[in-house]
Ligand binder design. Structure first.
Ligand code: ACO
Length: 376
């Protein structure tokens, strides 16, 4: 295997999984055997979470039990709220999520008596709460009730939207948010999932593995790209300006965020699905500027680099039309990906061997120790 710029473990099969396939038939994506196109159209995020975590699509009863377990876990320990209140208002929400998950482990550590699937439900209940408690508190919104009466029946997407805006979302807007969570939920051995599996392989706890995943997802080459895409789109007033700007950036050798993928070579199947929602929302709002800018950048990237948009590109437009602040884009990715991460952590545990690859050494040949006064 090559190291450095040309390495990155490209084309290395680093383990086995029964959770998802990425690019198996060229551009396909499946979760537990189901095509992403069907899941994005028909599945709620909670159904998708059950599928990933338990391995099969849930019956009505199983789904109700899982949803009730998750919605019953949205309150946070008082000590954790105090910690969140101490975090600087200038924090990045990804730091808040990482710190919050890490702190939750101190209040409710994983022990042999825990069912890790209960921890999965707890994290799906707690992460939107801790993120938005801090967000509203630092915005001067006071101490948010993260599990108010009437929210019991709300899934993750609707609850998130209600906590964020006090008015929630409905119709196509809610469906678009839900679809984005389904699309973000799982993606085989991507960097953050692999990092979480490495942590799990040391027999560490679920919280530590999730904290690893959050830290890894944050980078702009991975989950952080959706925020960078929004900055790119906001930079241009119209498609012509965007075309000239992107061509100039490419000439300087810059990366255009939201394009390219390690595994997919022709298209990212998730992009077509989220683009439809972005288009619907743009039309419904009557504000087509960002969408038109995005479509032009897509055309320029195909023409100049033969590159295609990945999921992060049009997700940014969806989130903008839903009035979700840009710093919350990657945290939403985390909330969705909790399901994939935990499915992988559990899979790693079922046939575990510590993940410890080897490196090709490129340093000096053995040297002789010199006392300090003989060193140059
Ligand atoms: N903009 C411009 N050029 C690009 C881009 C891009 N977004 N992506 C790849 N390229 C170029 C590379 O510079 C490289 O050119 P070269 O051969 O002249 O050096 C060539 O395309 C091949 O790309 P690699 O670097 O080999 O791609 P790699 O598999 O290592 O990286 C990655 C994949 C990280 C996704 C890359 O395409 C990238 O940085 N994209 C932008 C960040 C991004 O959108 N990340 C989100 C990933 S998807 C997700 O997390 C949901």
């Amino acid at each position: 295997m090559k190291g450095g710029r040309s390495g990155g473990m490209a084309d290395v099969i680093a383990g086995e999984t029964a959770i998802s396939t990425v690019g198996k038939e060229g551009n396909g994506l499946t979760y537990r055997g189901y095509r992403i196109e069907q899941l994005a159209e028909h599945a709620s995020f909670e159904e998708c979470a059950c599928l990933l975590l338990y391995g099969t699509l849930p019956s009505d009863n199983q789904l109700s039990r899982f949803s009730a377990s998750m919605t019953g876990k949205r309150q946070l320990p008082a000590g954790l709220l105090t910690i969140l209140e101490q975090l600087p208002a200038s924090s990045h929400p990804m730091d808040v999520l990482r710190t919050g998950v890490s702190a939750l482990a101190s209040f409710e550590p994983e022990t042999d008596a825990n069912d890790p699937l209960d921890i999965a439900a707890r994290l799906l209940g707690a992460c939107p709460s801790l993120l938005l408690y801090w967000w509203r508190y630092r915005d001067g919104g006071g101490r948010l009730d993260t599990a108010p009466p009437g929210h019991e029946g709300l899934g993750v997407a609707a609850h998130f939207a209600e906590l964020l805006h006090d008015g929630g979302l409905a119709g196509e807007a809610l469906r678009a948010l839900e679809a984005s969570l389904v699309l973000y939920a799982e993606h085989e051995f991507n960097a953050s999932t692999f990092a979480a599996r490495i942590t799990a392989s040391t027999r560490s706890d679920v919280y530590s593995a999730i904290t690893t995943g959050i830290g890894t997802l944050r980078g702009p080459l991975h989950g952080g790209a959706n925020e960078a895409v929004m900055e790119l789109l906001e930079h241009y007033q119209d498609p012509d300006e965007a075309e000239a700007g992107v061509v100039a950036q490419l000439a300087e050798g810059k990366l255009i965020m939201g394009f390219g993928h390690r595994v997919y070579k022709v298209r990212d199947p998730r992009s077509d699905l989220i683009k439809r929602h972005a288009c619907e929302l743009a039309k419904a709002s009557g504000d087509l500027r960002s969408f038109a800018v995005a479509e032009r950048i897509e055309a320029v990237m195909r023409r100049e680099k033969r590159l295609f948009p990945n999921l992060d590109f049009y997700s940014a437009i969806v989130y903008r039309h839903l009035n979700i602040p840009t710093p919350l884009f990657t945290p939403l990715f985390v909330i969705a990906r909790l399901t994939g991460w935990i499915a992988h952590i559990l899979e790693q545990r079922t046939a575990n061997r510590i993940i410890r690859p080897s490196a090709a050494y490129t340093g000096p040949e053995p040297l002789l120790w010199k006392p300090r006064n003989e060193r140059i």
